[in-house]
Ligand binder design. Structure first.
Ligand code: SAH
Length: 364
């Protein structure tokens, strides 16, 4: 196998890892006025300027010091795909050579960023390619913030209105960094995205769901359910052996009670595995009386040729059957199917091409 391309980049501190208060106290410790932190934040988060040299209202000494101590992000674009529906996917190379995907999904008046939280994934869900190359590492908060800044910069309207942690990785397995990133996405002097426009999607890590309930955040929580019985769910999601449905659903009910926030259950429909009317009835039964929502997602492409989405009519019938239980249920509109936009697909196709020696490195 060819060697992996890793460029030796000196790993400076990423200024995107600091919030405004942390930066202010650092600048004060350098013997300079703390208010410069606010100016730096305005350059980065309002104006999208990442070059310290261009921050013209800062004293020259501070600009030099910043240059010496910090980088402002360090991702490089490796590949990009634009879908006919406007969804755009970016394969980004991190400073240490790790690769992540980040996706921008425009829809009337909004732009949603789909953020990756880890390089690779530990959880090996059968239908998801993010885990294909195993787990490499957690992303820092600053790296996730850089994904968001990058998507905002690339968007036609230069705006990012929503963020969903539905890229590669399990956000609650990188709890502290993801929560810091959420707070910086939400901060007025940060990306200023309303908490209700930020979604964390989890495969169902119960201790972290409990912890999240105590954070006092108004964010959206999505839980990937994908089956309504433990046998099927363990088959699709090995994590179910550790956190089975009988514990997960009550933990989500507690989350609802404690936070007052509705939980959305995601359910990827896979023909012949979890898409029958009997499955729909089981789902309705385990969620009956629970103030929650269900979002059905017809499977996007295949890691396993045996896994395919159901016919449209079967999806519609499944939805109707769930709706009989009184739980609000929608079918997610599929976006970006023509550009390998499901979790990890572009990275995985890239890695296959690199390993096959067919990829020629391009600079952007
Ligand atoms: N680890 C988090 C975030 C993953 S991605 C989680 O499990 O929720 C967000 C959603 O996309 C999850 O519900 C995931 O199960 C789903 N997903 C992954 N691969 C998919 C595919 N091939 N088709 C459709 N949905 C997929």
């Amino acid at each position: 196998m060819p060697e992996e391309k890793t460029e030796k980049v000196p790993l400076k501190n990423n200024i995107l890892d600091r919030d405004a208060a942390q930066l202010a106290s650092l600048i004060a410790s350098w013997g300079m006025p703390a208010f410069h932190a606010r100016q730096i934040f305005t350059w980065i988060y309002q104006r999208g300027v990442m070059d310290f040299g261009a921050m013209s209202d800062l004293p020259a000494g501070l600009r030099q010091r910043l240059n010496k101590e910090f980088c402002a992000g360090a991702v490089r674009l490796e590949e990009t795909r634009m879908s006919a529906d406007g969804t755009e996917k970016f394969l980004l190379r991190l400073a240490d050579g790790g690769m992540i995907e980040t996706v921008s999904i425009p829809a009337s008046g909004r732009v949603t960023g789909c953020i990756s939280s880890q390089v690779g994934c530990k959880f090996a869900c059968r239908f998801c390619v993010s885990g294909t190359f195993g787990f490499r590492r957690n992303l820092s908060a600053g790296e996730m913030i850089e994904e968001a800044l990058y998507l905002r910069h690339r968007s036609a309207a230069k705006s990012l209105t929503h963020a969903v942690f539905m890229g590669s990785g399990e956000p609650l397995d990188n709890y502290d960094n993801v929560l810091r990133a959420v707070r910086m996405l939400n901060a007025k002097d940060g990306l200023n995205i309303g908490a209700r426009r930020i979604t964390i999607s989890t495969n169902g890590l119960i201790p972290q769901i409990r912890r999240l309930a105590g954070e006092g955040l108004q964010i959206e929580l999505s839980v990937s359910l994908h089956a309504a019985d433990d046998r099927t769910r363990s088959l699709l999601m090995p994590v179910n052996k550790r956190y089975p449905l009988k514990d997960l659903v009550p933990a989500c009910r507690e989350y609802r009670q404690k936070t007052g926030r509705q939980v959305t259950f995601e359910y990827v429909l896979i023909r012949g595995i979890n898409s029958s009317l009997a499955d729909a009835r089981k789902l309705g039964k385990i969620l009956r009386g629970f103030d929650c929502k269900v979002n059905l997602i017809p499977l996007n492409a295949q890691t396993d040729p045996g896994l395919v989405p159901p016919e449209r009519s079967e999806t519609a019938a499944f939805r109707q059957e769930v709706a009989k239980s009184g739980v609000p249920v929608t079918i997610r509109q599929q976006r970006g199917e023509d550009i390998e936009a499901a979790c990890g697909q572009l990275r995985s196709s890239y890695e296959r091409r690199v390993h096959a020696g067919r990829h020629h490195h391009e600079r952007h």
